[in-house]
Write a protein that binds this ligand. Sequence first.
Ligand code: SAM
Length: 333
Amino acid sequence: MPLTDKFGRAITDLRISITDRCNYKCVYCRTGNEGALYGDLPFADYLRMARVLVGMGVTKIRLTGGEPLLRKGVVEFVRELAKLNAPNGNGRGDPLDIALTTNGHLLADLAQPLKNAGLTRVTVSMDAVDPDRFARITRVPNGYDHVLAGIRAARRAGLWPLKVNCVLMRGFNEDQIIPFGMFAREEGVTVRFIEFMPLEEGRTWSPDTVVTLDEILARMGEYRPLVEIPRGRSETARRYRFDDGVGEIGIIAPVSHPFCGHCSRIRITSDGKIRTCLFSVWDHDLHAQMRRGASDDELAEFIREVVQKKEERHHIGEADFVPASRTMVHIGG
Ligand code: SAM
C-alpha cells in the first residue's frame, strides 16, 4: 500500500540529512557561533531507513545537511543507494532519483565520482554572483570561486538538471535578482529563488525580510520578459523561461504562495529522527526503533503511523505561528 497521509498526500520524496555540520555560516541560516548539535549516524543506518522507505513507495531521495559533502564516504553511500532501485532489491524496481543539495564548496572534485556512483542530479546553493557579496553572506572568504568551479564540474559530469538555489534576504542580496537571471542564461543552469523562511538560528526573520515571488517577477521583468512553464503537481518551484527561450528561472515561494497541499516529503535528520514538516515542533525517533532491534516490518509500521501525523500546512506569518523545534541546518533543507 503506498505511503499516504491522512490528507491523501502520497509520500514519495525523502530527504536525508547526513550531517548537521556545515563549513559555511550563511546569514539567513546560521548564527556563525554554533556548530553541529545533533551528530550523525553510520551510513549503514541511513541506508536501511532508505531501503524501508523505498519499499513503501519513495521514489526520490535527496541528500542534504548541514553540508553533505563534508561526510567522508558520501560517494560510496550514493553507490549503495543507487542499488535500491534494483528490481530484485527491497525496492519496487521503480527508477530511484538520487539528488544532492550542497553549498558546492567541495563539489569540483566530487561531481564526477558522485555521478559515476549513481547520483542523478545536484542543487547548488549560491546566494550572490559577486565574490565579495558571496563572502558577506556565507561568512567564508574565497568561497565563490570554489562554488563556481563546483557548478561547472557538475555540468561537465552530466549531473542534470543542474539547479542553483538562491535564498533572497532583504538587505543582503535582493539586488542580485537580475545578475542571477544573466547567470542562468550564461551558465545554462536553472536558478531558483527561495523566499526566506523563519528557520534560521539567529531568529532574524520578519515578514519585511522576505523578498516575495511578486517582487522577484517584477524585478526580473525589468531585465527581460518571462513566460511561465507548466509544472508538475508536486513541484515546489514555479518555473519561467525568458522570452527568447534562453535560460530558466524558478521561484519557490513557501511564504507568499504556500504549497503544503501538494507536499510529498518527509525528512530524516542526521541523528535519525523523522520530520513530517520543516515547521514541525516535534521529531519521531526512527533510529531509536532500530536501536531497540525493530524488524523492517516494524520500522515500516512506525513510519506509517508517523506519516499520519504529518501537518496539514505551515503557519508562517500567522498569529499562531510556533517556531520549528529545529533550525534548517539541523533539519536538512
Ligand atoms: N549545505 C547545503 C546547502 O548549502 O545547500 C545543504 C543544506 S542547506 C540547509 C539547504 C538549503 O536550505 C539551501 O539551499 C539553503 O539556502 C536553504 N536555506 C537555509 N536556511 C533557509 C531559510 N531560513 N529559508 C529558506 N531557505 C533556507
